[in-house]
Structures are given as structure tokens and as C-alpha cells.
Design a protein around this ligand. Structure first.
Ligand code: FAD
Ligand code: NAG
Ligand code: NAG
Ligand code: NAG
Ligand code: NAG
Ligand code: NAG
Ligand code: NAG
Length: 539
């Protein structure tokens, strides 16, 4: 883990490098633009429509639009030389070529949800390739497949599927503004995962532009590269342009419920019990838990905060099936018909977003409201945490830094446990009871306060050590965390450095990712803070 001292030394060194090379820096920017303007000569769309330099009045709003974490929106956040928003796949070609020629790095952004802002922030000279306009979706309900541009958000995909058929869906995340480019290339977990696995498990073809500017599909890229981009993170291998996905069957009516229990209502015992059963439930039942703190009005002991566990569920079936199923498998929760609501699958998507269920058009809207500062971390639990272990977590929630802290527990098992660890790079399969996302949000821009939140989540993470996976302490790449290790991005990326975070994300698949990377991008052009390294002799 980085210590505050090494962090500030690094920042200082970077500052010196930037300050001294400012002229060269400006020069590169001109060269890059000059190169790009030639690259666009044969394009239908002139460069002026898709290239934003800091001089353009829209530069800031384009940069901000897909920024989902206020931590990376301040004046001091390093900014791209240029933002390019292609409207056609072929316009990606000059961006790659000119970046290579001018030694500028590319940060590819689809939905911008990266927890560490890696799709639009870097300490090195970089441009942002923003795929927001490559968002075409075509659904073939008869064949049960769809092609989706990597700049499309998952909400739009859900909407376009439901528009064609009320009994088709797709397994992906809960937040509709997530981009398919980052999400599918890192996994993609959500309410359908216990029945159908991850988004990446249901990708059947893709289009990628490689380092040589070739557009490859599954057949021409070969099975190694196709394997790598389904869970290995896309940005190490090229620019993913589009995905072909297998749609899945959903019933016409599904059932949702949310039951909140506080400590006074035996939340501890219920969460404890849930750990033994949620991964073994019927595959049609997804029951996650959100833990946070809520005001408590008990004048007797003067305590004004308690812990809340929200049991939040999607069942692929009707309430008549669900109630007896829950009575059999989790009677302690006390679910009754009145807690449940039947609706269509697309309405359940809105329900999980906390939106009114009769406004499906809002899924097409890429504007994200209520953006906050946040940090996240992830863990895997393989043995149930004892009650005293849970009580230790509650203690953290009484602290000042936990005002908007939360732990989200996503149950695995079902289809997730049937797919082998090496089918795709995402390795967290059988043996994992559930995934934990540690989250902390805040609203005020204040360095001291933000240090308090960072410290809170790091201490929670430390506390969890004896209760979660070890050797490696596994993590999920889609819940990106730079605390678990970063590449030295300026020089050659060493295998040893990268394997520290790489084995946590990918376990034994890390080595195969390194081999694929070495084959498809031997010059390591597509590199970033957590990119897969190439293998050189002697490493
Ligand atoms: C509010 C919120 C809710 C979330 N909910 C869920 C959830 O329910 N389930 C879940 O699994 N995850 C969830 N996530 C995490 C999310 O899956 C990841 O952040 C994911 O990587 C986001 O994809 P993106 O395209 O929006 O992100 P981006 O920030 O655009 O990209 C993420 C990474 O992928 C790279 N990349 C993006 N597009 C491409 C491309 N076309 N080609 C090559 N590389 C590319 C980027 O360079 C970057 O490294 C959530 C995140 C947030 C902020
Ligand atoms: C230019 O437009 C034509 C017709 O609209 C289209 O077929 C072609 O693919 C476009 N080419 C580029 C480079 O955008
Ligand atoms: C950026 O500004 C230049 C100069 O004002 C203008 O020609 C160009 O069209 C602008 N680009 C975009 C994408 O708006
Ligand atoms: C909590 O559990 C105890 C012991 O099992 C039980 O007696 C009590 O009724 C429960 N309380 C609630 C609110 O369910
Ligand atoms: C709880 O009490 C503390 C101290 O009296 C106070 O600062 C805080 O705002 C209260 N919190 C809530 C949720 O009421
Ligand atoms: C405490 O009271 C507030 C305000 O009346 C209410 O919003 C909140 O839900 C109550 N909390 C609990 C745990 O009952
Ligand atoms: C998208 O959502 C934003 C924020 O809620 C709203 O301001 C905007 O008008 C919406 N756009 C469309 C096209 O509905």
C-alpha cells in the first residue's frame, strides 16, 4: 500500500517533470493535432466536429459529462490535451496512429464509471478517446442477439431489448448510465448473475481496433484476444468498438422486494444467516444486502444511529412462487406477499435504480444526476463471517467518516459457480459466497474531510482481512482500486509490480493475459496505471 510520504514525493516529482517540459508538452499537442487533421482528410466528418482542445468552449462540459466521481473534476486534476468523440469507427484509426507517432497516451472512455477515473485522468501526456457517440444498438429478438456499440450505456441496451420483446433481457449492472465498453470488458454483475452469469459470460463476438489500426472481429482476432477482452479489462488490448451479446430469457412478470432491518430488528443475525444460504438459493432468486447507517430514535440509551441491512431482491417469477420459496429457504426474514411487487423485467431495472417504474425512456438518458465524491474497494467472502465479526464492522459505521459509507453484498453461486475460473479472465467463481463492495461517498470539497473518508474505507478494509479471501486477497477489476497496486507508468512496466494487483483481479489468468498482451501489443502502446504488462526477455 502507498504511504502518504511516497505519494507526495511522487506528486512532487511529477510536478517537476511537467513544469520543466511544458514547452515540449505544448509542442506535442500541436503535432498531435496536425497529425489528426491529416488523418481526418478522407473522413466524411471533419475534425472540427469531433475534436475538442482546451480552447473550445465545450471542452470542459464534454470532459465533465461522463465524469461520475467528483474526486476527478477539480481544477488540479490533470486534463487531456485533446478530447476526440468519434461518430464513426474509422475515426478511431487516426487517433491511435497519431498518438503512437507523437508518444501520447490514449485514455479510452465509454461510460466513465471507472472508480479511479482511469478512463479520463492520467499523470502522463494523454488524450481522451470518448466513445460516447459510438452507441448504436441493434436487437434481433428472433435470434436473441444484439450488437451494441461500446459507447452505449447499459440502460439503453435494456430499453432496446424490452422494446422488442417483454421476455428477453441481458445480465449487466444496476446503474443504467454504465458504459458497455468498460463494464463488459471487466465482467458486469447484476441482478441476473445467479441465473446467467456476467455480461462478459454472454458476449459472443466483438469488434476491436488493435494497435495497428485494424478492425478485428472474433474470427480475425482469434480466441486468445477474444478471451482476454471478456473480463481482462479492455484498455490493455486496444479500443473495443462494439459487442455482440447473447440475450437471455426472462419471464413476463418478475417480483421485487426490499426489506429493511435494523440492529434492533435482528439485522446481525439475519445478515449472518444470509451468508449461509444466499449463494445456494434457487437461481431465479437474487437477494443482495446493502449495509449502511440510519438515524435511530431511541431516547433511552441516547444512541441516535443504528445499522440498517436492506435485503433487496429480484425474483424471476411470480409472487405466488416466491413467498413459499422464501418461507422454505429464508423464513427468518419473514417475507410476506405485501412486501412484494410484480412487474415486467424492464420495470425491475428502474426499481433497482430507484426510479419511477413507469419511465423506461429515462434509461436512454446518459446524464447522471446526484454525482458525489466517492471511493470504493472490493472483497470476496468464502467462509461466513461470524456474528462478532459483523459487529466489528458496525463499529465503523458509528464513526464520522461513515455518514455516507456503505457495504454492498452481492450473492454469487448459481450460474457463477458453474463457469470455470479460466473460461474468461474473471476468476471469482465456485467457492465465493459473495462479493463485498466497500463504498464511501461525500459531498463537500475539503482535503481534510476527504482524507478522513479515505482513511475510513482503508481501515474498514484492513479490519476485514481475517474474514475475506487471502492468497490472493481477491478484488474485482470493475471496482477499480489503485491502493492494491499500480504500474510505474513512465518507464517499462515490470511483471513483478503488475502481478501484485494483477493476481488479485485475475488469479491464475494473469499469466495468460500477459501472454496475450505480449502478442497483440508487443510495444506496450496501450498502457495505463493498471494495464497488463508485456513480457520481455529477462523480466
Ligand atoms: C454508480 C456506479 C454503479 C456501478 N454499478 C455496477 C454494477 O451494478 N455492477 C458492476 O459490475 N459494476 C458496477 N459499476 C462498476 C462498473 O462496472 C465499472 O466502473 C465499469 O468499468 C464501467 O464501465 P464504463 O464504460 O462506464 O467506464 P469507463 O470509465 O469509461 O471505463 C472503465 C475502464 O475501461 C476502459 N474502457 C472503456 N471503454 C473501453 C473501450 N471501448 N475499449 C477499451 N477499453 C475501454 C477504460 O479505459 C477504463 O480503463 C458501477 C460503477 C458506478 C460508478
Ligand atoms: C462516409 O459516408 C458513406 C455514406 O454515408 C458511408 O458509407 C461511409 O462509410 C462513410 N465513411 C466514413 C469514413 O465515415
Ligand atoms: C473547436 O474550436 C475551433 C475554433 O474555434 C472550431 O473551429 C471547432 O469547430 C471547435 N470544435 C468543436 C468540436 O466544437
Ligand atoms: C430477534 O431474535 C430474538 C431471538 O431469536 C427473538 O426473540 C426476537 O423476537 C427477534 N426480534 C425481532 C424484532 O424479530
Ligand atoms: C446524533 O447526535 C450527535 C451528537 O449529539 C449529533 O452531532 C448528530 O447530528 C446526531 N445524528 C443524527 C443522525 O441525529
Ligand atoms: C427516526 O425518525 C426520523 C424522523 O422522524 C425518521 O425519518 C427515521 O426513519 C426514524 N428512524 C428509525 C430507525 O426509526
Ligand atoms: C436527461 O436527464 C437530465 C437530468 O435528469 C435532464 O435534465 C434532461 O432533460 C434529460 N434529457 C432528456 C433528453 O430527457
Amino acid at each position: 500500500m502507498k504511504t502518504p510520504t511516497t505519494m507526495s514525493t511522487l506528486t512532487f516529482i511529477l510536478f517537476v517533470i511537467f513544469a520543466c517540459s511544458w514547452e515540449a508538452f505544448a509542442h506535442k499537442h500541436e503535432d498531435f493535432l496536425e497529425c489528426l487533421s491529416h488523418g481526418f482528410e478522407n473522413s466524411n466528418n471533419s475534425i472540427s466536429n469531433v475534436v475538442y482542445t482546451p480552447k473550445n468552449s465545450s471542452y470542459s462540459s464534454i470532459l465533465r459529462f461522463s465524469t461520475r466521481n467528483l474526486r476527478f473534476i477539480s481544477e488540479s486534476t490533470p486534463k487531456p490535451l485533446v478530447i476526440i468523440t468519434p461518430t464513426h469507427e474509422l475515426q478511431v484509426l487516426p487517433v491511435i496512429r497519431c498518438a503512437k507517432e507523437n508518444d501520447v497516451q490514449i485514455r479510452t472512455r465509454s461510460g466513465g464509471h471507472d472508480y479511479e477515473g482511469l478512463s479520463y485522468v492520467s499523470q502522463v501526456r494523454f488524450v481522451v478517446l470518448d466513445l460516447i457517440n459510438l452507441d448504436e444498438i441493434s436487437v434481433d429478438a428472433e435470434q436473441k442477439v444484439a450488437w451494441v456499440g461500446s459507447g452505449a450505456n447499459i440502460g439503453s441496451l435494456y430499453y432496446r431489448i424490452a422494446e422488442k420483446s417483454p421476455t428477453l433481457g441481458f445480465p449487466a449492472g444496476l446503474c443504467p448510465t454504465i458504459g458497455t465498453g468498460g463494464h463488459f470488458s471487466g465482467g458486469g454483475e447484476g441482478t441476473l448473475m445467479r441465473k446467467y452469469g456476467l455480461s462478459a459470460d454472454n458476449v459472443i463476438d466483438a469488434r476491436i481496433m488493435d494497435v495497428n489500426g485494424r478492425i478485428l472481429d472474433r474470427k480475425s482476432m482469434g480466441e486468445d484476444l477474444f478471451w482476454a477482452i471478456r473480463g481482462g479489462g479492455g484498455a490493455s488490448f486496444g479500443v473495443i468498438l462494439a459487442w455482440k451479446v447473447q440475450l437471455v430469457d426472462v419471464p413476463e412478470r418478475v417480483t421485487v422486494f426490499t426489506i429493511q432491518k435494523t440492529l434492533e430488528q435482528n439485522a446481525t443475525q439475519l445478515v449472518h444467516r444470509w451468508q449461509y444460504i444466499a449463494h445456494k438459493f434457487d437461481k431465479n432468486l437474487f437477494l443482495r444486502i446493502i449495509l449502511d447507517r440510519v438515524p435511530y430514535n431511541n431516547s433511552q440509551d441516547g444512541r441516535n444511529i443504528t445499522i440498517s441491512a436492506k435485503f433487496n431482491s429480484l425474483f424471476l417469477g411470480g409472487v405466488d412462487q416466491l413467498v413459499p420459496l422464501m418461507q422454505e429457504s429464508f423464513p427468518e426474514l419473514g417475507l410476506v406477499r405485501e412486501d412484494c411487487t410484480e412487474m415486467s423485467w424492464i420495470q425491475s431495472v428502474l426499481y433497482f435504480e430507484g426510479a419511477p417504474i413507469n419511465t423506461p425512456e429515462m434509461l436512454l438518458n446518459k446524464t447522471k444526476t446526484n454525482i458525489r465524491y466517492f471511493r470504493g474497494k472490493s472483497d470476496y467472502v468464502q467462509t461466513p463471517i461470524p456474528e462478532y465479526g459483523l459487529e466489528g464492522i458496525w463499529d465503523f459505521f458509528y464513526e464520522a467518516g461513515a455518514e455516507q459509507g456503505a457495504l454492498v453484498l452481492n450473492p454469487y453461486g448459481g450460474r457463477m459457480a458453474e463457469i470455470s475460473e479460466s473460461t474468461i479472465p474473471f476468476p471469482h467463481r465456485v467457492g465465493n459466497l459473495y462479493n463485498i463492495q466497500h463504498l464511501v461517498f461525500w459531498r463537500e470539497e475539503n482535503v481534510q474531510r476527504s482524507d478522513m473518508y479515505a482513511s475510513w474505507i482503508r481501515r474498514v478494509y484492513d479490519y476485514m482481512t481475517p474474514y475475506v479471501s487471502s492468497s490472493p486477497r481477491a478484488a474485482h477489476i470493475n471496482y477499480r482500486d489503485l491502493d492494491i497496486g499500480v504500474n510505474n507508468n513512465e518507464g517499462k512496466i515490470s511483471y513483478a509490480d503488475a502481478s501484485i494487483w494483477g493476481i488479485k483481479y485475475f488469479k491464475n489468468n494473469f499469466d495468460r493475459l500477459v501472454q496475450v498482451k505480449t502478442k497483440v501489443d508487443p510495444g506496450n502502446f496501450f498502457r495505463y496505471e493498471q494495464s497488463i504488462p508485456t513480457l520481455h526477455k529477462g523480466n
